[in-house]
Structure formats: structure tokens, C-alpha cells
Ligand binder design. Structure first.
Ligand code: SF4
Length: 355
């Protein structure tokens, strides 16, 4: 499925990256080493960058942590985002330390004057702000009005803060509306996407452990991406942050966004299965890994039903009883022994792609 129509949002520049306006979805993560562990944060940032992370956030719980931010920024090529809670002065310090973007949670940053001070400093440097509204820290008056952290309450909080920034002439803004719940996440982002055109940072906060958090994030982020919503994302996992990058790439590919390379689909196997579908599917993923084209390749367990069941795949193979067939868009184009299947299919793909 390559027919996702992306919502056209404003474009925001973060360092050398572009977020929004149809630009490829930016994958980001957050450092989890203690703020004072400078070598640990640098090593983690480098590992994230090597895994495909494009932008990394670092918490600034105090003024000393600004030195860690600078050290990380000097060690990697990707833009670095400062995560600020409560103290607007730390945002100002982060800008001096070289932050490429400032994330503030307006619900806890304090008065309008403080938000204005941060916005003015960002404006001078051309640094964007992420307004990161969190369902757990909405303003008291909004909570009282809605009675709970509903999607509508989150969007109203966001709009209040966007208004403050807009009144200051500041539009260099990315918006996140984080909730730990899938339903609230979906409702909040859909509402936000309908109400304004700022680029959206997708994520489910406190999603959970590697497995549960991935599934939860895949439902929420994947659904929004399939709707064309979302310009950057973080999969928040209680795991090594590098896992977040693998998860993000998998969600983007599984949601059907172009630009993430081949997708292998495989039949779930049943009593008719005649080949090692699981082993072959994994081997096919390994062989296709160097290819960048957005093709779908099917690995099916029987030659009778396989080509038809996988007729939407660009290429496929199906086998059983020592024999196999190669197919393109559901039509069988050749047969061979089971042992030859993988090589034959790869030859067809490489020839078609002129590789
Ligand atoms: S392709 Fe064949 S083996 Fe695989 S699930 Fe379908 S019927 Fe079963």
C-alpha cells in the first residue's frame, strides 16, 4: 500500500532537518543515561545515530546538564533537542549550549511571560519549539472544564499555547499531544490535525516494555500515519533507546509509508504448508536488506493458494514437496526446485530493478 496522502503541514527546520510539509517522517529518540554521565550519553547518542535515529532529545534537569548537551551535540551529526520542564531559564541555557530545538511542556513551564522569554530567544536563533502537551500535566482550569484529560482538553491546552506563541509572531513550532492511551492519542492527534497545520510529533507516552509498548505504539502511530497524519515520531519504550529506532522503522514500513525499502510478507502457515516459510521469510529479509526500492515480496507456504493469496505483492515465491513457483503480482512466471527458489526470485527482483 503506497497510496497514503500526507497532510500538508507547515515546514520547520531543526538543524539540517526539515519536519513537516510532506518531508519524510523524522525518527527521533531520547537519551536515557543520567545527565552527569557524559561518556554514557555520547555513546548512546552515537549508537542511536548508527541505528538510524535522525534527531535526539536530552533531558535538562539542571544547569550543569547543559554541558552534557553540548558534549553530545559535538559528538553526533543529528540535531539535539533540549527537554525542559518547569524552569524556563533552563531553556535559555540550552539555547546557549547549542540546542537545535527546545521542547517545553506548557502545562508546567509557568506564566505567559516565561513562555514569551523562551520564544523570543528561540526566534533570535531560528530554533523551533516543540509544544509537548502531556495528558498527565494539563492546566488545572482545563482539567476542571473537561473533568478529565480528554483529547479535546489536550487540544484546547495546545491551542492556548500556540496562541501565545502566535501573538509573539512565533510560528516555528512542532506539536505533540502525548497520552498513555491509544484511543486518546488517536482522538487528540486527529483533532489537532483538523484544527491546525503545525507539524505533528507522534508518540504514545509511557507506552511500556519492548513488546507491549511496541504494539501500543504501532496501533496508535501506525493508524495516524495511515491517515496521513504525523511528521516526526518517537516510539517511547522502557528499553534500550536503540530499540525505539528499530520499532519506529518497522512501524513506518508496516504502515505503508514510502521510502523505507522492501517489505517481506509471509503466510502464517497451515496444514498445507510444504516449505520452511519462517526460515525463508527471514532469509529473504536478510537478502533484501541492501535494496532501497519500496517493493513487497511474499513468501508463501503452498503453490496452490500462495500466488493468489499474495496477489497484491510485487513478487513472491511459494513451494512444497520439493518444488516451487515464482510469481509477480499473483501471476506465476516460473517454476523450479524448492532449493532454487530463493536464488531464482532474487535474480528476478534484481533484474527488474536493474541492480
Ligand atoms: S499460502 Fe498455503 S500454506 Fe500458506 S497459509 Fe495459505 S493455504 Fe496455508
Amino acid at each position: 500500500m503506497k497510496d497514503i496522502v500526507r497532510k500538508m503541514t507547515r515546514q520547520v527546520r531543526v538543524g539540517h532537518l526539515t519536519i513537516g510539509g510532506g518531508a519524510p517522517v523524522v525518527i527521533q529518540s531520547m537519551l536515557s543515561r543520567p545527565w552527569f554521565d557524559v561518556p554514557g550519553n555520547i555513546a548512546q547518542a552515537k549508537a542511536l545515530e548508527a541505528a538510524g535515529c535522525q534527531m535526539v532529545r536530552i533531558a535538562l534537569p539542571n544547569a550543569e546538564a547543559a554541558h552534557t548537551l553540548t558534549a553530545v551535540k559535538n559528538a553526533v551529526d543529528m540535531p539535539v533537542v533540549a527537554d525542559i520542564h518547569f524552569d524556563y531559564k533552563l531553556a535559555l541555557l540550552a539555547l546557549e549550549a547549542g540546542a537545535d530545538k527546545i521542547r517545553i511542556n506548557p502545562g508546567n513551564i509557568g506564566s505567559r511571560q516565561r513562555v514569551a522569554a523562551v520564544a523570543e530567544a528561540c526566534q533570535k536563533r531560528g530554533v523551533p519549539i516543540r509544544v509537548g502537551v502531556n495528558s498527565g500535566s494539563l492546566e488545572k482550569d482545563i482539567l476542571a472544564k473537561y473533568g478529565a484529560s480528554t483529547a479535546e482538553a489536550m487540544v484546547e491546552s495546545t491551542q492556548g499555547h500556540l496562541k501565545i506563541l502566535e501573538e509573539l509572531g512565533f510560528y516555528n513550532t512542532v506539536v505533540a499531544l502525548k497520552s498513555p492511551y491509544v484511543k486518546t492519542t488517536l482522538e487528540a492527534y486527529r483533532l489537532a490535525s483538523a484544527r491546525f497545520d503545525y507539524p505533528l510529533h507522534l508518540g504514545v507516552t509511557e507506552a511500556g516494555t519492548r513488546q507491549f509498548g511496541l504494539v501500543k505504539s504501532a496501533i496508535a502511530i501506525g493508524s495516524l500515519l495511515a491517515d496521513g497524519i504525523g511528521d516526526t515520531l518517537r516510539v517511547s519504550l522502557s528499553a534500550d533507546p536503540v530499540e525505539e529506532i528499530y520499532a519506529a522503522k518497522t512501524i513506518l514500513k508496516a504502515a505503508g509509508l514510502p521510502g523505507y525499502g522492501p517489505a517481506v510478507i509471509a503466510c502464517p502457515t497451515c496444514g498445507r504448508t510444504g516449505v520452511d516459510v519462517m526460515g525463508m521469510a527471514e532469509e529473504m529479509e536478510r537478502r533484501l536488506a541492501p535494496i532501497e526500492a519500496d517493493i513487497t515480496v511474499a513468501v508463501m507456504g503452498c503453490a496452490v493458494n500462495g500466488p493468489g493469496e499474495a496477489s497484491q505483492a510485487d513478487y513472491g515465491m511459494a513451494g512444497g514437496d520439493g518444488k516451487g513457483v515464482i510469481f509477480k503480482k499473483g501471476a506465476v512466471i516460473g517454476s523450479c526446485t524448492e532449493a532454487e527458489l530463493m536464488d531464482r526470485l532474487m535474480a528476478v527482483i534484481l533484474e527488474d530493478l536493474a541492480l
